[in-house]
Design a binder for this molecule. Structure first.
Ligand code: ADP
Ligand code: MG
Length: 393
């Protein structure tokens, strides 16, 4: 059963009638630009073909009722209650089941933008084929699907970038997860066969054609299935190192440093802080170089940049793990054009850019390398740059 059908079926069995429509939004993968978002730098993610679907209809009450195939029971909240539930206090769990805070948080954030709009209650049923918690941003996908549905049904007329900000507000303030805006922007602005270049300072974004399809290239995701207990602490520490580095350089954020500042940085800060700074500064350069290479030379020219990005995350930012390094090395040794870990690190997934004909060889080699190392078998699949939110029915 497709996720679209699953959302519609869940709606019918839960609410006893047909939905008025079904809306969906994609997950995303980051092609290059890691940990640069909170340093006001550059990222280049793309929306993927895996999507989250929201089947929705008005219910004639003031309640929002939410169901998901991912959850056991229905969550109900009155629209006028949302201001009492959110924002969630820092470090606390939301006052509703966590998964439902993504949905109710979007409704809350939309109401904050349009306090005067006469918003009426809705029933919402969610289903998804985005792997949840694998670093492919099932969270942005659920936010985007719900934000698009409510934007249409409540006739708010908000543009995609505003809806991305609504999703981020839901995730930061309703769920309580301190994330940047890359995920929501890449989901909301997805285009077939294009990545989204985002300036995380100005939030300016532009579509960059990847040319993967015409060049016969595929992006392989190698989900290591590793989730590291210290990923939250590691993320916080990296953010603190970046802030310290910027402070020592006397700049607002590492976005304002360039490669020519690195010799001075090496003199005035400790080695660990310096290497964190060097990753961010060089990663921003690599994102710009990747955009230029895609535009001027085509996708086969970006392999070395992906490989350099991985080395920088492994050696300077120190956020890789043995499974990710094994995936990247095995892919590169067996014909991948480029490969790197993607996402926050300490586990999660790697991507490899591979010619269509080499897919079996690369994925077999990665599986074999994992088996030889005694690692849990990875989950391997291809993703392709896909469109943003849409109404499906
Ligand atoms: P990622 O975005 O990498 O998949 P996150 O931890 O950011 O991981 O978001 C995953 C969380 O988002 C889930 O634990 C759940 O709370 C919520 N979520 C995502 N997809 C769904 C869904 N289809 N139904 C209900 N909740 C979902
Ligand atoms: Mg997420």
């Amino acid at each position: 059963m497709t996720a679209l059908t699953a959302a519609r079926d869940l709606f019918t069995t839960s609410f006893g009638r047909e939905p008025e429509g079904v809306w969906s939004a994609p997950g995303r993968v980051n092609l290059i630009g890691e940990h640069t978002d909170y340093n006001e730098g550059f990222v280049l993610p793309f929306a993927i073909q895996h999507r989250t679907y929201a089947a929705v209809a008005f219910n004639g009450t003031g309640d929002i009722r939410v169901e998901s195939t991912f959850a056991d029971s229905q969550v109900v909240a009155h629209l006028d209650e949302l201001d009492g539930i959110f924002p969630t206090a820092p470090g606390e769990a939301p006052g509703v089941p966590e998964w439902s805070a993504y949905v109710l948080g979007v409704a809350w954030a939309l109401r904050a933008l349009r306090p005067d709009a006469p918003l009426t209650g809705v029933d919402i049923a969610i289903a998804s084929d985005v792997p949840i918690g694998a670093g492919l941003s099932s969270s942005a996908a659920i936010e985007g699907a719900v934000a698009s549905a409510l934007n249409d049904l409540w006739e708010l007329g908000l543009d995609p970038v505003t809806l991305a900000q609504v999703g981020r507000k839901a995730e930061n303030e309703a769920v309580g997860a301190p994330t940047g805006i890359m995920d929501q922007m890449s989901s909301m602005l997805g285009r077939p066969d294009a990545a989204t270049f985002i300036d995380c300072r100005s939030l300016e974004a532009k579509s960059v054609p990847t040319g993967f399809r015409d060049a016969g290239l595929e992006v392989l995701v190698i989900d290591t299935q590793v989730t590291h207990a210290h990923s939250t602490g590691g993320y916080r520490e990296r953010r603190e190192s970046c802030e310290r580095g910027a402070q020592l350089l006397g700049i607002r954020s590492l976005r304002d440093a360039s490669v020519s500042d690195l010799p001075r940085a090496a003199e005035i800060m400790d080695d660990v802080t310096f290497r964190r700074v060097r990753h961010i500064v060089t990663e921003n350069q690599r994102v710009l170089a990747t955009v230029a290479a895609l535009t001027e030379q085509g996708p086969r020219a970006i392999g070395d940049l992906l490989v350099a990005s991985h080395a920088s995350m492994r050696d300077d930012f120190e956020i890789s793990v043995a499974e990710l390094d094994t995936a990247v090395d095995a892919a590169l040794e067996n014909g991948a054009i480029g490969a790197r870990m993607t996402g926050g690190g300490f586990g999660g997934a790697a991507i490899a850019l591979v010619a269509h004909a080499d897919l079996p060889r690369v994925s077999d080699a990665v599986e074999q390398a994992f088996a030889d190392a005694g690692f849990t078998a990875p989950h391997i699949f291809t993703v392709s740059p896909s469109e943003g939110p849409r109404r499906d029915a």
